[in-house]
Design a protein around this ligand. Structure first.
Ligand SMILES: Nc1ncnc2c1ncn2[C@@H]1O[C@H](COP(=O)(O)OP(=O)(O)OP(=O)(O)O)[C@@H](O)[C@H]1O
Ligand SMILES: [Mg+2]
Length: 326
């Protein structure tokens, strides 16, 4: 009788331009996984067949939002047994506006937020014929009554502060909106914060709140010499856990602007968070390596699995199809 091959315990990493995280992460997994048969490497893909056996026990995805083929591969890999960090299905569906609604339902404070119809559409959309469900012109005054001024106009899906505008007047708002093209934008109450934290969140349970200064130059934004006080830290941890558990992200950052002792969640759609040692600094970088390597090793060994793993409705049909006939 032939025995089944041992399950692969390989961890693959998909990355873009970042340079400081990948090799130390792979080295850490290889060092800690040694003796348990867990290895880690940069994943190498070259077109995927639909009947392919999974090559990796775990794939850590830092870039599929920019490389659609990777996303397609990751969805199929998830179905064939690979644990993908983060869930490619949910990541693709997620949006900042949805997250604001979710936060409100979960009791996490968020700024007043409105999602706006696009300014422009693909050429085949005819304004009169195709958009009959949209009331035009938008009632900008009513929208601004909800968000107040100043307000922040930003993409519903985006990162790197691209197309993020703080507007002080209706005129500035319309000028910024008119440049938004085919991007779906949200308009958000501007929180004139007294304090600001960014929390690195790993494995839906490990939270590292770091003081953050969005007004500083990029390299100086993580403020490491003034850690948050224990009370504030605990509140940020609790709010961040609420959000990442509901979203199911194994790696994420959650930002809070603090105003009059309220923690407003500002941006928590960061499923490929900045892990560069020069921005988060050495101590946080070491923490990230530790938590990320522990997480993927547990996944590779089958000691844990993400709770969303069997959430998708097709799983039960796949399992039914695979079950031996009685
Ligand atoms: N409602 C708000 N109130 C106050 N400041 C805000 C608000 N929304 C955004 N900002 C500021 O703009 C910055 C960028 O916004 P946001 O984080 O939503 O964009 P992003 O492109 O996802 O950024 P990142 O790449 O840092 O994740 C925030 O770090 C914060 O400083
Ligand atoms: Mg972001």
């Amino acid at each position: 009788m032939s025995s089944a091959p041992p399950p692969p315990r390989r961890v693959g990493l998909l990355v873009g331009r970042e340079n400081t995280f990948p090799q130390p992460f792979l080295d850490t997994v290889n060092r800690k996984g040694d003796g348990q048969g867990v290895t880690a490497e940069l994943a190498l893909l070259q077109g995927t067949q639909e009947d392919e056996e999974p090559a990796y026990a775990v794939l850590v995805d830092r870039i599929s939002h920019e490389v659609p083929y990777y996303r397609a591969h990751l969805k199929s890999a998830a179905l064939t047994g690979t644990v993908v960090v983060n869930d490619p299905f949910w990541w693709q569906a997620d949006e900042k506006f949805f997250e604001c609604t979710l936060a409100r339902k979960l009791g996490v404070a968020v700024p007043h937020t409105v999602v706006l119809p696009n300014k422009d559409y693909v050429p085949d959309i005819d304004t009169a014929a195709s958009l009959r469900n949209l009331r035009y012109p938008l009632d900008w005054e009513a929208i601004l009554r909800y968000t107040g001024l100043p307000a922040v106009l930003k993409p519903n899906v985006g990162g790197g502060w691209k197309d993020v505008h703080v507007v002080d007047s209706l005129e500035q708002l319309i000028a910024a909106y008119d440049k938004s093209g085919q991007k779906t934008m949200i308009l958000q109450q501007f929180i004139d914060w007294d304090d600001y934290l960014r929390c690195i969140c790993i494995g839906r349970e490990h939270i590292l709140p770091i003081r953050y200064n969005p007004k500083a130059e990029f390299m100086d934004r993580y403020v490491i010499d003034r850690p948050p006080e224990p009370g504030l830290r605990r509140r940020a941890e609790a709010e961040a856990i609420t959000l990442v558990q509901a979203l199911g992200y194994d790696m994420d950052t959650v930002e809070f602007a603090i105003k009059d002792d309220v923690l407003y969640a500002i941006d928590f759609l960061n499923p490929a968070p900045d892990f560069d040692n020069f921005s988060i600094k050495e101590e946080s970088f070491a923490w990230v390596l530790e938590k990320m390597s522990d997480l993927v090793i547990r996944y590779a060994l089958g000691e844990a699995e993400p709770p969303w793993r069997r959430d998708h409705r097709w799983w039960k049909y796949v399992e039914r199809a695979a079950a031996p006939a009685t």
